[in-house]
Design a protein around this ligand. Structure first.
Ligand SMILES: Cc1cc2nc3c(=O)[nH]c(=O)nc-3n(C[C@H](O)[C@H](O)[C@H](O)COP(=O)(O)OP(=O)(O)OC[C@H]3O[C@@H](n4cnc5c(N)ncnc54)[C@H](O)[C@@H]3O)c2cc1C
Length: 407
């Protein structure tokens, strides 16, 4: 491949996460010359969600990929269960969803991204550049005309009619573009670690809730990926109390981990993830559009961030692919994407802020009720479990792909 080919594209996407890879796949499928630039050498990183929701599975069906996709190793969760103050309770029932797949597929995100990229590479207009870290935007008369990236062979400028920022919650694209960010305070952070899995551990649940605290366990085959919610800024205090106390606390949520919690024998095995919820006031300017966490950082609450990022990518392709195939798009075209995706984002972020302020605060709440009222309602009236299933599994305003492939 010659350097000049690398330097000029119709569209350059910064970030090969769920939003960037799906947007790259869909635009290439519609015949748009597109390059996805990803700073890492591979997709194998731990700090990712593993949930593929019914609406994303529906999209895979619309794209003719579902059958092959479901051959990838995954677990199918048809009912969301949680352990709340020691009692196992059903929270969501996916069996009545109006979708082909009535389950959430748990699949390591790297497998999902590898699957998408291997299919995208079949389109001649698709290019994936790994180890390509965008360090700046290129501007001409206030219009974004491309990006500058660090690559193993030095710095490269990628010129494009449209730059899509899909570089996640620490987005350099939105920072360099000077887009205004609205921050919604989140009172929690997450400690992220792994503990081995044994027979007969219980199956996948939503998590273990205890009076304002939460331990999430994601089944990764031979180990549990654990997320423990703590008060924001509270990690140093936890360290001061010492590892044995921390291990005991984990065991108080999930007693079956008692015989192996000592695997957490060094603080370096426990990583701090800061949780953010924010949203750009404007998701675009001339030559630039931000989508996914780059436009709206999501907390892990509800496990909906990946789904939302993918929905943004679908809306982007639906609204822009045909125009982009023929030339540059105007800022009014780009605004249509924000107009379509902003209210579902607001609704979901509103739910997440509520959950963090009122339900999972990371601090022990004084509430001695064995089960909160809303959880008791879900336990007593099975029909109500369809509501959380719909909100989490499909979400507000699901997108359907309708931009035809080029022949
Ligand atoms: C602890 C935690 C757990 C979560 N669990 C879940 C879950 O279970 N389910 C769920 O749906 N959501 C979950 N979320 C939210 C979810 O991770 C995000 O909402 C989702 O990943 C957003 O996708 P994205 O493609 O917009 O961004 P990201 O997934 O962040 O992808 C951005 C990509 O851009 C790349 N990149 C960044 N900067 C550059 C650069 N300068 N140049 C080139 N590439 C760059 C990154 O390497 C990355 O690959 C969780 C979040 C956290 C913090």
């Amino acid at each position: 491949m010659s350097t000049s080919e690398q330097l000029q594209k119709r569209c350059v996407i910064v970030g090969g996460g769920p939003a960037g890879m799906m947007a790259g796949y869909l635009l290439a499928r519609a015949g748009v010359p597109v390059a996805v630039l990803e700073k890492h050498a591979d997709f194998f990183r731990d700090f990712r969600g593993d949930t593929i929701h019914p609406s994303t599975l529906e999209l895979m069906h619309e794209l003719g990929l579902l059958e092959e996709f479901l051959k990838q190793p995954h677990q199918e969760v048809r009912e969301l269960r949680a352990v709340v103050n020691g009692q196992a309770v059903p929270i969501g029932d996916f069996s009545k969803l109006p979708t082909r797949c009535k389950f959430i597929a748990f699949m390591p995100q790297w497998d999902f991204l590898n699957f998408l990229s291997s299919h995208a590479k079949r389109f001649p207009t698709f290019q994936l550049c790994m180890q390509t870290e965008v360090v700046d935007l290129l501007l001409a008369n206030k219009r974004v005309i491309g990006v500058r990236a660090k690559t193993p062979s030095g710095e490269l400028d990628f010129h494009a009619d449209l730059v899509i920022g899909a570089d996640g919650r620490h987005s350099i694209v939105h920072m360099r573009a000077g887009l205004n960010l609205l921050e919604f305070g989140v009172p929690v952070d997450v400690l992220w670690m792994r503990i081995s899995k044994k027979q007969p551990d219980p199956g996948q649940t939503l998590g273990f809730f205890q009076h304002g605290k939460l331990l999430v366990l994601l089944d990764r085959g031979d180990y549990w990926q654990c997320g423990f919610v703590i008060p924001k800024g509270g990690f140093d205090q936890i360290k001061t109390r010492g590892l044995p106390q921390f291990q005991n606390e984990i065991v108080s949520f999930a007693g079956f981990l008692r015989d192996r919690v000592s695997e957490l024998d060094d603080w370096s095995k426990i990583k701090l993830l800061t949780v953010q919820i924010n949203r750009l006031r404007d998701w675009c300017r001339e030559g630039l559009l931000c989508i996914g966490d780059s436009a709206h950082a999501m907390s892990p609450a509800g496990g909906v961030g990946i789904n939302l990022a993918i929905q943004d990518a679908v809306a982007t392709a639906n609204l822009l692919a045909e125009k982009l195939r023929n030339g540059p798009v105007s800022v009014d075209d780009l605004r249509q994407v924000q107009l379509r995706r902003e209210w579902p984002t607001r609704l979901i972020q509103g739910m997440q802020v509520f959950v963090h302020q009122r339900v999972v605060t990371g601090r022990a709440s004084g509430n001695k009720e064995s089960l909160p009222f809303i959880v008791r309602l879900l336990k007593w009236f099975p029909i109500l479990r369809q509501l959380p299933a719909r909100f989490i599994g499909i979400g507000p305003r699901p997108e359907h792909f309708h931009s035809p492939p080029v022949v």
